[in-house]
Design a protein around this ligand. Structure first.
Ligand code: SF4
Ligand code: SF4
Length: 428
């Protein structure tokens, strides 16, 4: 890939030498962790191809879109209203960092005791190693956690960064009203940036576009209720990760094609593990590309991950945006309604998340939950206490894993997971 796209990367001011080092390691990691899995669905071919072209083809498409006068918006959270961006003829890409590679660049500036997801994306920007960042005309941040909020101020020195204030008590009247006002203001900012007016008609169309993407991912999730699961947790995670930067229509079509194949598998009882493999839910912090550490360890130890209660998982696609009418205000209210149902640990209280975990555990016949928290993520780390209590009362065991992006603790995690799986098998 390197030679073919070198001029593209140069045009984006990428640090070619450093970037080559990144590209040199990714294919091997993907081969070792992903392509080595047994009995993968054939329709994963498309998603493997997207990853193989991760800094090539899609970046080329984004640069072309910019050349045609479209704007690219970078985002870091599900609360960034992608429907509004598309209604302004802009394209949104997810920029959350899932790689250890960029962390040394961030460590030179940021405090060490900060969540790796934040350090990873900041390192990609200041190290000039992420072509997606380099394509962005504007970033949209949000006030979900203090670390992100402060780092957005630093990013603003490089790319104009607009911050949406997310209410932490979303079910109150004042919370709803603040959120609506924040969306109205973001709409104005987008109109200013793109020169395009966001009409009710355009917003309706983009809500349908994104709802279709969410529906396809939900269809994929539903198929994983089967025993044995027709797709590995690692592959399902990769599909969802790709959904944050691929072309929306093409991605939706490809997920539906994959689901057609999985439906056949379910009909014929074909799975990726034997039917006695312990069924796990992973719950907690989001896993951004290329963070495949936990699922690859868990599944190579014999688990079947059947659901991710995460923003790169069910929180993204459980609910659709459902406007009650055709006016712009109806649609903005529907966006607020949908986002307020995404139970991020920044909310207080966050009972909806506990209820959702309980429900998912039942619906997906989950035998154990791996609670995944990134180091220094206080919200998810502390919320583990309530989640653990709720699961205990339902008789579902939980294993909490707090980790970062290095592989230093991989063997320790493997040992703990093996013991957890053994305990689940012992209960059968
Ligand atoms: S976990 Fe919270 S802050 Fe992170 S993407 Fe999800 S909603 Fe946003
Ligand atoms: S994982 Fe936690 S600390 Fe890190 S960005 Fe998300 S909410 Fe903030």
């Amino acid at each position: 890939m390197a030679e073919k796209y070198v001029n593209l990367w140069k045009s984006l001011d990428i640090d070619l030498e450093k970037h080559n080092q990144l590209l040199a390691v990714l294919p091997q990691i993907y081969t070792d962790l992903v392509l080595s899995q047994k009995n993968r669905p054939k329709k994963m071919d498309y998603f493997d191809f997207v990853i193989s072209e991760i800094h090539g083809l899609r970046v080329e498409e984004l640069v072309k879109l910019r050349g045609e006068g479209n704007k690219i918006i970078g985002a870091f959270c599900l609360y960034a209203p992608e429907e509004l961006a598309y209604a302004a003829n802009a394209t949104m890409v997810g920029l959350c960092g899932g790689a250890d590679f960029s962390i040394p660049d961030a460590d030179a500036v940021l405090p060490r005791n900060l969540c790796p997801l934040i350090k990873s994306f900041y390192g990609f920007k200041i190290g000039l190693t992420c072509p997606y960042f380099q394509c962005c005309d504007m970033l949209v941040g949000e006030t979900t956690c203090d670390g992100k909020k402060k780092v957005y101020e630093l990013l603003n020195e490089h790319v104009p960064t607009y911050i949406i204030e997310v209410p932490h008590k979303p079910d109150t009247v004042q919370g709803r009203s603040l959120w609506l006002k924040e969306l109205e203001e973001f709409k104005t900012q987008l109109e200013k940036l793109t020169g395009n007016k966001i009409t009710a008609e355009k917003l309706k169309a983009s809500i349908e576009l994104i709802n279709d993407k969410r529906k396809a991912l939900k269809r994929l999730a539903e198929l994983r209720k089967a025993t044995p699961a027709p797709i590995s947790g690692l592959d399902a995670l990769i599909v969802t990760q790709i959904g944050f930067y691929d072309d929306v229509k093409r991605f939706t079509a490809k997920v539906n094609e994959l689901c057609d194949e999985l439906e056949e598998r379910v009909k014929n009882g074909v799975g990726v593990t034997d039917k006695n493999a312990p069924r796990l839910m992973v719950s907690g912090c989001p896993m951004a590309v290329p963070n495949w550490k936990l699922p690859s360890i868990a599944e190579s130890a014999g688990a079947s991950i059947v659901v991710e209660e995460s923003c790169v998982g069910t929180r993204y696609f459980t609910d659709m945006v459902e406007p009650k009418g055709d006016s712009l205000n109806d649609m903005l209210e529907a966006l607020v309604e949908k986002y307020a149902k995404i139970p991020c640990a920044c909310f207080t209280p966050n009972d909806a998340r506990i209820e959702s975990i309980d429900k998912l555990a039942k619906d997906f016949k989950v035998e154990g939950v791996v609670y995944y928290t990134l180091q220094f993520c206080h919200s998810y780390n502390v919320e583990a206490v309530k989640v653990g209590k709720a699961l205990k009362s339902e008789g579902v065991p939980m294993l909490k894993i707090e980790t970062d992006y290095t592989m230093e603790d991989a063997e320790q995690i493997r040992t703990r997971l093996e013991a957890f799986l053994e305990m689940i098998r012992g209960k059968k």
